[in-house]
Design a protein around this ligand. Structure first.
Ligand SMILES: Cc1cc2nc3c(=O)[nH]c(=O)nc-3n(C[C@H](O)[C@H](O)[C@H](O)COP(=O)(O)OP(=O)(O)OC[C@H]3O[C@@H](n4cnc5c(N)ncnc54)[C@H](O)[C@@H]3O)c2cc1C
Length: 340
C-alpha cells in the first residue's frame, strides 16, 4: 500500500499554514482516497500544533516539526525537517507546495532519501497508480508522468487545487524530533516593497496586461507615458490586480523609448515570459500575437481593449474585444471603481 505524506509549512504570521500548503492537503486527501493509500500530513513551523487547527476534519496522521529554528525559510533546517517527516511517515509518495521555500529544498531531500522529485505538477490522478501531469516547452506539451521510484516527491503548482477548508475538530499532532546540522544562515529581516508597490500578485483575481500601445504616439501625435502610468497603477490598486506585460513593452527600456517605470521583464507574459493563473485577464494596448497569448493559457476569461479591430485578440484569442481607446476606457473603469 502506498503511504502518502503531504508536507506543509506555516506562513510568516506564525499561526497559519500557507494557502499553497492547504491546496496540497486537499490534493493529498483526494488522492489518498482514490489510491487507497494511508495519509499523513507534515507541518514545519515554529508552532506546528497551532496551525493544525486548519486541518480540522482531515482523516490523517498529523506530524509536526516545531521550534524557533523552523520559523524561517533556510535550506539546512527545512531540508532536515522534511527529511525527518518523510522518514517518520515512511512515505512512498510526498506532495508539497511548489513555493520558493519548498521548491529549493525538495530535490535535496529526495536525494537524501534515494527518491525522485518532479516539479511544476499541475494535476494528479489515479490511472495505473498515481499519475501526475505537468507542462513542458513553455506550456505547449503536456506530459503525464508515472514513476516506479519511491519515495516519489511531487511539487504541486499553486492555484491548481482548491485549498483544504477545515471542518470539525483539530487533529492530534505528533511532534517529530529533528537533529539539526550547524546552522550558518539566519534571516535578520526581509526587505520588500510595500504590498501596493508589488505589481506581480499571483493570487490576484484579475491580471491586467499592458502592451506597447501605452507608450506609442496617440491620436494627438504625442506620447502619454505619464498618463499611462497613472491609469495602470490606479487600476492595479483599485482592483488589487496583478500586472503583466507584452515583450515589446518591457524590451523598450533597452531602446531608450518611453517606458513605464514599474515594468520589468519579470512582468512579461508569453512564450518567453510567464504563464500566470488568474480567473480573469484584461489586455490593454496589446496586439495579442501568438507568442504573447500562449502565456494566457491558464487565464479563464479573457478580455482585451485595442484600437485595431483586426488584432490577434479579435481573431479568436479573447472572449470579448473592445475596439476602443484604452486611455479612455481605463479612465472610466478607474472612475467607476473609485465610486465603489
Ligand atoms: C520567439 C519569440 C518569442 C516571443 N515571446 C514573446 C513573449 O513571451 N511575450 C510577448 O508578449 N511577446 C513575445 N514575442 C513578441 C510578440 O510576437 C509580439 O511582438 C509582441 O507581443 C507585441 O507586443 P504588443 O502587442 O505590446 O506591441 P504592438 O505589436 O506594437 O501592438 C501595440 C498594440 O497597441 C494598440 N494600441 C495603441 N494605442 C492604443 C490605445 N490608445 N488604445 C488601445 N489600443 C492601442 C495597437 O492597435 C496595437 O494593436 C515573441 C516573439 C518571438 C519571435
Amino acid at each position: 500500500m502506498e503511504k502518502l505524506l503531504v508536507l506543509t509549512y506555516v506562513d510568516e504570521s506564525g499561526a497559519a499554514l500557507t494557502r499553497a500548503s492547504l491546496e496540497s492537503v486537499a490534493a493529498g486527501v483526494e488522492m489518498a482516497r482514490a489510491l487507497g493509500a494511508s495519509l499523513a500530513i507534515g507541518v514545519v513551523g515554529a508552532q506546528g500544533a497551532a496551525a493544525a487547527q486548519q486541518l480540522g476534519g482531515v482523516n490523517a496522521r498529523v506530524l509536526a516539526v516545531a521550534g524557533e529554528d523552523f520559523a524561517q525559510a533556510r535550506y539546512a533546517s527545512d531540508a532536515a525537517a522534511c527529511e525527518a517527516l518523510v522518514r517518520a511517515a515512511e512515505a512512498t509518495l510526498v506532495f508539497a507546495p511548489a513555493s520558493s521555500r519548498f521548491a529549493r529544498v525538495m530535490p535535496g531531500v529526495a536525494y537524501r532519501l534515494g527518491g525522485f522529485v518532479d516539479t511544476h505538477i499541475t494535476s494528479v490522478a489515479k490511472g495505473e497508480g498515481l499519475e501526475a501531469s505537468r507542462w513542458f516547452y513553455r506550456q505547449r506539451v503536456e506530459a503525464v508522468v508515472r514513476r516506479e521510484t519511491r519515495p516519489w516527491f511531487l511539487l504541486l503548482e499553486a492555484g491548481t487545487h482548491e485549498a483544504w477548508a477545515a471542518s470539525g475538530s483539530a487533529p492530534e499532532v505528533e511532534t517529530i524530533a529533528v537533529s539539526l546540522p550547524a546552522l550558518r544562515t539566519n534571516v535578520s529581516g526581509i526587505r520588500a516593497p510595500k504590498q501596493d508597490e508589488q505589481t506581480i500578485r499571483p493570487d490576484a483575481k484579475i491580471l491586467l496586461v499592458a502592451g506597447a500601445g501605452w507608450t506609442k504616439k496617440q491620436a494627438d501625435g504625442q506620447v502619454h507615458a505619464a498618463e499611462a502610468e497613472t491609469l495602470i497603477l490606479g487600476f492595479l490598486k483599485a482592483a488589487d490586480a496583478s500586472l503583466g506585460s507584452s515583450k515589446s513593452l518591457v524590451d523598450q527600456s533597452g531602446e531608450n523609448q518611453a517606458v513605464l517605470k514599474f515594468m520589468t521583464h519579470m512582468n512579461q507574459i508569453g512564450q518567453t515570459g510567464a504563464t500566470p493563473r488568474h480567473p480573469k485577464g484584461l489586455s490593454t494596448c496589446c496586439h495579442g500575437e501568438e507568442p504573447h497569448v500562449v502565456g494566457w493559457r491558464f487565464i479563464n476569461e479573457r478580455r482585451a481593449i485595442s484600437l485595431d479591430p483586426n488584432c490577434g485578440w479579435a481573431r479568436g484569442k479573447a472572449d470579448v474585444l473592445y475596439v476602443a481607446d484604452a486611455f479612455k476606457v481605463m479612465a472610466k473603469v478607474n472612475a467607476l471603481l473609485a465610486e465603489k
